[in-house]
Design a protein around this ligand. Structure first.
Ligand SMILES: C[S@@+](CC[C@H](N)C(=O)[O-])C[C@H]1O[C@@H](n2cnc3c(N)ncnc32)[C@H](O)[C@@H]1O
Length: 434
């Protein structure tokens, strides 16, 4: 990386802060000033909350803190490259709804994105957000932090040096804290980089953003059928994301994609380790392979190799979402055995899910066009119908037993349900009250 940067010396320029950035980075800054990402209308906050990964409060509690960090302890979160505010608004709103103390700091260098994010927060009356305009790369000298949780979603892969960016985040990470990352992945983005190459020739990055958008729309209309992006049904930003989505996907001056091993190397280089790839079941080769001889071989692979294998054989992953913690921190596995722990379903209604379960004992799941049939235990509906975010495992299990199940069967099926649903990132443990 350092060598690469040295070769670009001619196009480097000195920013106001005195740090070295390159002309591509200046074009990137101009892009997000012209088109804050993602395109959002603050008025839409009146009718819906955009939720997702990383940085859903339930996920942070579970995957970063192992459902051991008390809900009463203030959470100081940073949204690094917060853009138009999806993650910021989600986390701040979830904290407000749950009465959780703490603060979410939005940081981005786009003044236009700040306007949008601020308006969205105002629409919701959120008072737990701080807005900071500036560069992620300045974090070590910013005086901000330390932060218990840092979100960096769709940002590292645009930076001049993603490793430097991640190191800057780690410099303001509190002891015992964690980071939620999203980076692009190559296989699911098949066709994207070819079109980026084509558009660099037709509409050079030096041109004004609106002129480039016009050329991209014309090219998309006239594109030969063989263009791979036309055959890639999983990428939709250029079709559904407005001009901001189109620009971000096809005209972005810089984006690099990471395979699982490349992401793992980036993370390890920053002194971190991956605590969870979302969703874990998607990264498990045994979700997709049933041949016992193949499973005998996958069983010999370490977790990272298993995820790399799955990525390579499925071919449809366009992003990776990873929760990371310091490599030296102890593994905080969520206490699933603890009867006092409270299970929660992420964006699922327990009774409704229980009612909808198929009689054949399998749960169908689809990720980017790829469908898996996951076996669920016989008592799945009995457990799911009792999960309401308040009752503890002990209370739920007692209810299942009172309804006629043997304690042994209830114990086995509870563990089997967790094994399936936690790996879908849907059944998690709540933070303990305090
Ligand atoms: C693709 S958007 C992602 C926005 C948001 N994280 C999300 O997922 O909705 C990338 C954002 O990173 C910001 N960004 C890029 N480089 C940055 C830097 N060095 N410092 C701060 N923000 C930066 C851009 O301004 C832009 O808002």
């Amino acid at each position: 990386m350092a060598g690469g940067r040295r070769r670009r010396t001619a196009e480097q320029r000195r920013s106001e802060s005195g740090r070295m950035t390159d002309s591509t980075d200046a074009q990137l800054a101009a892009q997000y000033e012209a088109y804050p990402y993602p395109a959002r209308d603050p008025r839409d906050e009146a009718r819906r909350l955009v939720v997702g990964s990383p940085s859903h409060l339930r996920e942070v509690d579970h995957w970063v803190f192992g459902a051991r960090r008390p809900a009463s302890r203030p959470l100081n979160a940073l949204m690094a490259g917060g853009g138009s505010g999806d993650g910021t608004v989600m986390l701040a709103q979830q904290m407000a709804w749950a009465g959780r103390p703490g603060r979410v700091t939005w940081l981005d260098r786009s003044a236009h994105a700040r306007k949008v994010a601020t308006a969205r927060a105002a629409m919701r009356g959120l008072g737990n957000i701080a807005f900071e305009e500036g560069s992620i790369l300045e974090l070590p000298r910013s005086g901000l932090g330390p932060f218990d949780y840092i979100d960096c979603c769709g940002v590292l892969h645009h930076l001049p040096d993603p490793a430097e960016g991640l190191a800057a985040l780690v410099s303001v990470l509190a002891p015992g804290g964690g980071i939620g990352l999203m980076v692009y992945a190559p296989h699911g983005r098949t066709g994207v980089y070819m079109l980026q190459d084509a558009l660099r020739l037709l509409a050079p990055p030096e041109e004004a953003p609106p002129a480039r958008v016009d050329v991209a729309k014309r090219l998309w209309k006239g594109l030969p059928e063989t263009a791979w992006l036309k055959r890639n049904p999983w990428i939709e930003d250029h079709l559904k994301g407005g001009d901001a989505g189109l620009y971000d996907l096809l005209l972005n001056p810089r984006d690099v994609a990471f395979t699982v091993p490349q992401l793992a190397a980036l993370v390890a280089g920053a002194g971190l380790r991956i605590a969870c790839l979302v969703e874990p079941a998607r990264y498990d080769p045994d979700t997709w392979l049933t041949d016992p001889r193949l499973r005998a071989r996958t069983a010999m692979l370490d977790p990272l190799a298993r995820a790399a294998l799955t990525e390579a054989m499925c071919g449809n992953m366009g992003i990776h979402i990873a929760y990371c913690v310091r490599a030296t921190d102890p593994v905080a596995a969520p206490p699933w055995e603890d009867d006092a722990a409270v299970p929660v379903l992420r964006e699922l209604d327990g009774p409704a899910l229980a009612k909808g379960l198929r009689g054949d004992g399998v749960l169908p799941v689809t990720w980017d066009g790829l469908r898996a049939l996951l076996p669920v235990p016989r008592l799945a509906a009995a457990f799911l119908s009792r999960i309401d975010g308040r009752r503890s495992w002990g209370e739920i299990t007692a209810g299942v037993v009172a309804a006629g199940a043997s304690p042994e069967q209830a114990g086995r099926d509870r563990a089997a349900l967790v094994a399936v649903m936690e790996r879908l990132n849907r059944l998690l443990l709540a933070a303990p009250p305090g």
